[in-house]
Design a binder for this molecule. Structure first.
Ligand code: SAM
Ligand code: DTB
Ligand code: SF4
Length: 315
C-alpha cells in the first residue's frame, strides 16, 4: 500500500510529472486501485447561489467585476430555491451538492443564510459543499454547526505564479481560510487550475502545496482553464491534453487517499482524454450542463463516456 506522506518537495513532484508516460500512468493507476474502486466515480452538482460582480481580480474568472464577460449578476438565492435545485441534482445521481458564491469574503449575515441552506440540503441526505471566498474561524464554525461536509477553496496555482493571476488576495489568505475550515472540523476540497500559462515546475509547485497539507485535502479538484471571452485569459495557447493526464497522475501518487476531481473544462475534452484521466486516478466529476456560469459536459455525453468505460456513478 502506498504511503501517505506530507513531506513532498517540488523537485520530487516534478520528477514524477516528467517520468516516462506509461510508467507514470501504470504507477498512478496501481496507486488508485489500492484505495478506490477503479470503475466508480463520485458525482457532485454545482449551483451558483450568488453570481457575478465579485470584487476580486482573479484573471481566469468570468464572475470578476474587473472583467467584462457579459454576465448578469444575481443576488443570493433563498433556501427554497436552493433546495429545489438540490432535489433535482439528487434525482440526476449527484451525491454531493456544491453551492458557490462570487464573494471575496461573506458577511456574518450571508454565512447565516448559507448555513440554513446547508442544513436543508444535508437533510435531503446529500453531502454538502460550499465555496464562499475567505472565511473567519467563527464563520467556519457556524457552517460546521449546520452540518457542512466540505469547504471548497482552491490554491489555484503555485505560490510563485499566483501573483500573475490574482492581486487582491494573497496565497497566505487562502491557506488561512483552509486552516480555519480544518480547525472547525470541515473536510477540505482544494485544488487548482492548469492551462493558465504556468510551467511544469509550477504545476508541481501547486501539488507540493496540496500534498504537504496534513492531513491531505479529502477532495482535490483539478480544473482545466475555461478560456472565457472578456477575461484576460481568453486567448492562451491550448493546454496539451497529456499534461493534464500527467498532472492528475501526480496528484493521485502524492495524495493516494484523496478524491481527485476532473473539474472544469470537461466540455472541451474528448472521450479518450476522459478515459486517460480516470485511468490516471481521477475519480470525481461535476454532473450536468452547467458548472457555476460556464458550460459542462452534460448528462448525455457523460452517460456515453462512463458507459464505454464500464464506470458507474458512486451511490
Ligand atoms: N469566490 C469563491 C472563491 O474564489 O473562493 C468561490 C467561487 S470560485 C468561482 C471557485 C473556483 O472556480 C476558483 O477558485 C477557480 O479555481 C475555479 N474557476 C473559476 N473560473 C474558472 C475558469 N474559467 N476555468 C477553470 N476554473 C475556474
Ligand atoms: C472547483 O474547483 N471548480 C468549480 C468549483 N470548484 C466551485 C468551479 C469551476 C468554475 C468554472 C467557471 C464557471 O462556471 O464560472
Ligand atoms: Fe471572485 Fe471567486 Fe471568481 Fe475570484 S474566483 S473573481 S473570488 S468568484
Amino acid at each position: 500500500m502506498s504511503l501517505i506522506r506530507h513531506d513532498w518537495t517540488v523537485d520530487e513532484i516534478l520528477g514524477l510529472i516528467e517520468r516516462p508516460f506509461h510508467d507514470l500512468l501504470a504507477d498512478a493507476h496501481n496507486c488508485h486501485v489500492e484505495r478506490f474502486a477503479a470503475h466508480e466515480v463520485e458525482a457532485a452538482k454545482l449551483l451558483s447561489i450568488k453570481t457575478g460582480g465579485c470584487p476580486e481580480d482573479c484573471a481566469y474568472c468570468p464572475q470578476s467585476a474587473h472583467h467584462n464577460t457579459g454576465l448578469t449578476p444575481s443576488p443570493l438565492m433563498d433556501t427554497d430555491t436552493i433546495v429545489t435545485a438540490a432535489v433535482e441534482a439528487k434525482a440526476e445521481g449527484a451525491t454531493r451538492f456544491c453551492m458557490g458564491a462570487a464573494w471575496r469574503a461573506p458577511s456574518d449575515t450571508q454565512v447565516k443564510s448559507v448555513a440554513e441552506s446547508v442544513q436543508a440540503v444535508g437533510e435531503l441526505g446529500m453531502e454538502t459543499c460550499v465555496t464562499l471566498g475567505m472565511l473567519t474561524s467563527d464563520q467556519a464554525t457556524v457552517l460546521a454547526d449546520a452540518g457542512l461536509d466540505y469547504y471548497n477553496h482552491n490554491l489555484d496555482t503555485s505560490p510563485d505564479f499566483y501573483g500573475q493571476i490574482i492581486t487582491t488576495r494573497t496565497y497566505e489568505d487562502r491557506l488561512e481560510t483552509l486552516a480555519n475550515c480544518r480547525d472547525a472540523g470541515i473536510h477540505l476540497c482544494t485544488g487548482g487550475i492548469v492551462g493558465m500559462g504556468e510551467t511544469r515546475r509550477q504545476r508541481a509547485g501547486l501539488l507540493a502545496q496540496l500534498a504537504t497539507l496534513d492531513p491531505h485535502p479529502e477532495s482535490v479538484p483539478i480544473n482545466l482553464l475555461i478560456q472565457v471571452p472578456g477575461t484576460p485569459m481568453d486567448s492562451l495557447p491550448e493546454f496539451p491534453p497529456l499534461e493534464l493526464v500527467r498532472t492528475i497522475a501526480a496528484a493521485r501518487l502524492t495524495m493516494p487517499a484523496s478524491v481527485v476531481r476532473l473539474s472544469a473544462g470537461r466540455a472541451s475534452m474528448s472521450e479518450e482524454l476522459h478515459a486517460l484521466c480516470f485511468h490516471a486516478g481521477a475519480n470525481s466529476i461535476f454532473l450536468g450542463e452547467r458548472l457555476l456560469t460556464a458550460s459542462n459536459n452534460g448528462s448525455d455525453a457523460d452517460h456515453e463516456i462512463l458507459g464505454q468505460l464500464d464506470t458507474a456513478l458512486r451511490v
